[in-house]
Design a protein around this ligand. Structure first.
Ligand code: HEM
Length: 277
């Protein structure tokens, strides 16, 4: 009887050991799927990013940042592919992200908390559109939230984003050269172009005007816009030509699109005092 009991005990132990080892084996045979696989791989991630890019393009809270990319198909495609590869690589896919690091690529843009939140909301909407389950959505958004410290710089004045007085001076020098060569409007500036002292004064006035208007310490001491353009009969087309020249100089110095739009918008506000006087 004692022997039979011992034998049963032995069987029980062996049985438990076999059960335990088979459990372990099962865990090894079916490893947890990566987030990349659970999202649906490259095709599904690409579809989400396309929807995300469309959401951002329609989002007035942040689309000014992407105006230059939106205006250039090659640049937009590059951004799209960078985003797909970045999400794929971060979630366990074999894709390689070859773009800039997040700190470098967003430096100087003055991205604020509210901009970051808006962009994450646009991504969440894209994930919802493709019915990505809550667990995967949260996992992806949490991973991206970890990049926030490298992307958000906090509010920066237009002046700082332009690069302060030295950068504004370079842009204005280039702009004056463009205006002098622009036959649509250069006749207005013939007298200034003929006098170095007068041209320097005009340059200084322009730099100080932009400096002051963009939040810098400069003080504009010239005439108000109405008095300065009195009797010139400047047309809308001529005003537009001047804005185009300034825009070309801002592009030359790689001024980021939101900053460019804000500066040109501020100058656009002076149109009524300049045109038709
Ligand atoms: C987790 C959030 C974000 C991720 C993962 C991300 C990712 C990226 C990537 C991969 C690039 C391309 C880098 C390269 O060109 O090499 C990029 C560029 C850029 N990002 Fe972000 N970004 C994020 C947040 C933001 C926010 C909040 C803004 C502004 C609202 C922003 C604005 C831009 C702009 C303007 C560019 C340059 C686009 C161009 O003109 O080519 N990003 N971002």
């Amino acid at each position: 009887m004692k022997k039979t009991m011992q034998l049963w005990g032995l069987f029980l132990m062996v049985g438990m050991l076999v059960f335990a080892s088979s459990c372990k084996k099962d865990e090894v045979v079916t490893p947890a799927k990566s987030l990349y696989e659970r999202l649906g791989g490259n095709a599904a991630i690409s579809a989400v990013i396309d929807q995300f890019v469309a959401n951002v393009a329609g989002d007035a809270r942040i689309n000014a940042f992407f105006a230059d990319a939106a205006a250039s198909p090659a640049r937009l495609t590059k951004l799209r592919n960078n985003l797909i590869n970045q999400v794929a690589a971060a979630t366990g896919g074999s894709e390689k992200y070859t773009g800039l690091d997040m700190k470098t690529s967003h430096k100087g843009m003055g991205i604020e908390d509210s901009h970051f939140t808006a962009l994450v909301e646009d991504l969440a909407l894209a994930l919802d559109k493709f019915k990505v389950p809550t667990a995967e959505k949260t996992e992806l958004l949490t991973a991206l939230a970890g990049l926030k410290a490298d992307i958000v710089e906090g509010p920066k004045s237009l002046y700082v984003r332009l690069g302060g007085n030295p950068a504004i001076t370079l842009v204005i020098d280039d702009f004056i050269g463009k205006v002098a060569a622009d036959t649509r409007i250069n006749a207005f500036f013939a007298a200034a172009a003929a006098s170095p002292a007068r041209l320097n004064k005009l340059k200084l006035n322009l730099v100080n005007q932009i400096g002051e208007a963009s939040g810098g310490p400069e003080k504009y001491t010239g005439l108000d816009m109405k008095s300065a353009h009195k009797g010139m009969k400047i047309t809308d087309a001529q005003f537009n030509a001047l804005v185009e020249d300034l825009q070309a100089s801002l592009v030359k110095f790689s001024v980021e699109s939101r900053t460019k739009i804000q500066l040109l918008g501020a100058l656009g506000g002076m149109r009524a005092d300049i045109v038709g006087q």
